[in-house]
Write a protein that binds this ligand. Structure first.
Ligand code: DP6
Length: 364
């Protein structure tokens, strides 16, 4: 995308930035891609408040321009081969849009403030925390002349190059990524805040999310493999249509706050995502027995209490329970009484919707 290529700057800088970016949970799921990091269908998510990645980026000038970014990456201050290769690949893509990266050496350290062992995917939050840092440094390099809109959209654009869902982790409380005819301004290149497109009902600005850690030990199939399997998936076209229809239905729900219409969209999306995995040519199944048990208990609780709580899942066995702030006490009592015993080591993370990434040029 031409407009995102930064101009060349002769200036070199030496600076350090500290960033935080959240994980997100999709209501309409991104599953399948085409070309390079272009989603098969639009998706929309809540940015979380507590589950975040924290990144420090130090930028130092180098004498001779390089062909590839020069990076020293540590995870929790320790070298990590797996993460380093992902970060290198990400910065290589980013340097096409931020050529100044090739004139500087980068020392990056990242960590997640949610437990390692929680099985929560960190690619969205970590790529977003790096992307927002790079854009703040770019702004400093260009004497603070970048507009906030450009800065945030380009941060989301860069984050997308590292991990698709990361495009939705720059801002909050809700972000849409991928072109939907029902959401003007939505596009495949970067995420857009839903409240900039429509009048978002206040109920969604304080929504709660309890993450039930059902299992994290089982062998995972990477999201990249799953996305790839959508290329020749027998339900590919109907899945694309379904996601567009769900977004169409969601548009009204997001302004009215009518949760009875939200529940079937969110739960159908979660189950469709897993059905797609189960019906791909190399099929696989990520549900655990307790995933099924918890889903049924949530549905039964909703039926008997008529309280609007709902579940969704990422590409794993863990369950995200979603409920409005007004029901926090009642729902969390149910979760602790009925669902906690289904979680590995009774692990539950109580989180909620948050505002997106933050940054500072000085350590706090
Ligand atoms: C199931 O963003 O992890 O969480 O672009 O290959 O990094 P890559 O995939 P990734 O896919 C996550 C998909 C999902 C659904 C969602 O968050 O929309």
């Amino acid at each position: 995308m031409k407009t995102f290529v930064a101009g060349t700057s002769k200036k070199l800088i030496k600076t350090k930035i500290y960033t935080l970016a959240p994980s997100n949970i999709a209501l309409v799921k991104y599953w399948g891609k085409r070309d390079f990091q272009i989603p098969l269908n639009p998706s929309v998510s809540f940015s979380l408040k507590k589950a975040q990645s924290k990144t420090e980026i130090e930028v130092l000038p180098i004498k001779t321009k390089r062909n590839l970014p020069s990076v020293e990456f540590t995870f929790e201050k320790k070298p990590s081969k797996v993460f380093s290769s992902k970060v290198n690949a990400f910065l290589k893509h980013a340097s096409r849009y931020c050529p100044w990266l090739l004139d500087h050496h980068l020392v990056i350290d990242s960590e997640n403030n949610f437990p390692h062992s929680s099985g929560i995917a960190s690619s969205a939050s970590s790529m977003a925390s790096m992307a927002i840092g790079i854009m703040q440094i770019e702004n400093q390099l260009f004497e603070n002349t970048l507009s906030p809109t450009h800065l945030l959209s380009k941060a989301s654009f860069l984050a997308r190059l590292g991990s698709g869902s990361a495009a939705r982790s720059i801002e909050g409380p809700m972000v849409i990524w991928g072109e939907s005819s029902r959401f003007p301004k939505s596009n495949n290149q970067y995420g857009v805040r839903v409240d900039q497109i429509l009048e978002l009902h206040p109920i969604f600005k304080t929504f709660c999310n309890a993450i039930l850690i059902i299992d994290y030990k089982s062998k995972k199939v990477s999201s990249s493999t799953g996305h790839h399997l959508m290329n020749d998936h027998p339900y590919r076209e109907s899945r694309i249509l379904q996601a567009h229809n769900h977004l169409g239905e969601l548009e009204e729900v997001l302004t009215t706050g009518d949760l009875s219409n939200l529940i079937p969209i969110v739960e159908r999306e979660a189950l469709s995502l897993h059905s797609l995995m189960m019906s791909s040519s190399d099929y696989y199944l990520l549900f655990k027995p307790n995933t099924v048990q918890a889903i049924n208990e949530i549905i039964d609780f909703r039926k008997s209490t008529k309280l609007p709580i709902m579940f969704t899942l990422d590409a794993g066995p863990n369950i995200h329970v979603l409920y409005p702030q007004a029901l926090k006490a009642q729902v969390e009592e149910f979760i602790k009484l009925q669902l906690k015993r289904l979680c590995l080591n009774n692990q539950i993370l109580f989180d909620g919707v948050g505002p997106g990434a933050t940054w500072s040029f000085s350590k706090k």
